[in-house]
Ligand binder design. Structure first.
Ligand code: SF4
Length: 260
C-alpha cells in the first residue's frame, strides 16, 4: 500500500472523476499531512506520518503561485474546468483560508472567468464564521458526510477532536442548504478487527434523513479509487452506487452524482 502526498501548493491540472480538468490547491504542507479527521481511506495516508517540515504556504505565496500558473495556462491555452482546494489535509484549517478564497476568486475572474472554484472540506470547521463566509462564496462548497452514526464516523473518519459531534456538524451543514454539495464515501471492510460498513440499509436510511434535512444542491457518492491506508477497505461497485443514488433521489428529490 502506498498513499500519496501532493508535493506542491499548486498541482495539476489533473483529471478529476467528479470535477473535470482540475487545478489543485493544497494549503497544507508539501511533505506532511494536517487534518481534523484521520480517515482510514485517506489517499494522503494517516495523520501519524506527521506534519512534515515545509509548514503552510502564506496567503501571499498562494496568490503569487496561482497567478503565475493561471497566467501560463492562459497563454498556452490549457483547458480548465475548476480550481479545487484539496490536498494533504483539511484546507479550512489554513489560518488565512478566507483571504486565500478572496484572492482565488479575484484571480479566477481575471484569468478564467468561467472556471468554477471548488472546496473539498470535511465540514469540521463550520463553527468558524470566517470559514463559513469563505465557503459561501465558492461555486462548489463540497462538504463531507460519510455517516450519521457516531460509531461509524469514529471508525471511518476518526475525528481528531474527542468532543466531535456528528449531529452538530449536520446542523451546521444544513445552514448552507442548497449552497452545499454533500459528498459521501461508501466503503466497507475492517479496521483493527472491527467491521466498518457505511453501505448497509440502516446507514443509507440514516443518511437519507440527514440529506433531507440539509437539502443540498447535489449529493456526490463515490468510492475508493486509489490505495488506502486501511488495506481491507473494498470498492463498492458502480451498480451498487447507482442503486444507492437512485434510492436517495427517490426519497429526497435531490440529484445524486456517482463516481466509482
Ligand atoms: S478528511 Fe480528507 S484529508 Fe482529512 S483524513 Fe479524511 S480524506 Fe484525508
Amino acid at each position: 500500500m502506498q498513499t500519496v502526498l501532493f508535493h506542491s501548493t499548486i498541482f495539476g491540472p489533473i483529471h478529476s472523476r467528479r470535477l473535470g480538468s482540475s487545478l489543485g490547491i493544497n494549503l497544507m504542507p508539501d511533505d506532511g499531512k494536517i487534518c481534523s479527521f484521520d480517515c482510514i481511506y485517506c489517499e494522503a495516508g494517516y495523520n501519524a506520518q506527521g506534519h512534515g517540515t515545509t509548514g503552510l504556504p502564506a496567503r501571499a505565496q498562494v496568490a503569487a503561485m496561482l497567478e503565475q500558473k493561471l497566467g501560463t495556462m492562459k497563454t498556452e491555452g490549457t483547458p480548465l474546468d475548476v480550481i479545487t482546494f484539496s490536498g494533504n489535509g483539511e484546507p479550512t484549517l489554513h489560518p488565512e483560508f478566507e483571504g486565500v478564497i478572496d484572492d482565488t476568486i479575484a484571480l479566477r475572474d481575471r484569468y478564467f472567468p468561467n472556471v468554477k472554484i471548488s472546496v473539498l472540506s470535511n465540514a469540521t470547521r463550520l463553527g468558524s464564521e470566517s470559514v463559513c463566509r469563505a465557503l459561501a462564496r465558492v461555486d462548489n462548497n463540497i462538504l463531507k458526510l460519510d455517516s450519521t452514526v457516531p460509531s461509524t464516523v469514529a471508525l471511518l473518519d476518526r475525528p481528531v477532536d474527542p468532543s466531535f459531534d456528528i449531529g452538530e456538524v449536520i446542523d451546521r451543514i444544513a445552514t448552507f442548504g442548497s449552497n452545499a454539495i454533500v459528498q459521501t464515501m461508501l466503503t466497507r471492510g475492517t479496521h483493527e478487527g472491527i467491521t466498518v460498513d457505511n453501505t448497509t440499509d440502516a446507514e443509507i436510511d440514516a443518511l437519507i434523513e440527514a440529506y433531507g434535512r440539509i437539502k443540498p444542491r447535489e449529493i456526490m457518492l463515490y468510492t475508493i479509487d486509489r490505495p488506502t491506508p486501511e488495506i481491507s477497505l473494498k470498492r463498492v461497485s458502480r451498480e451498487e452506487l447507482a442503486a444507492a443514488g437512485a434510492r436517495i433521489t427517490r426519497r429526497t428529490g435531490i440529484p445524486v452524482q456517482i463516481s466509482g
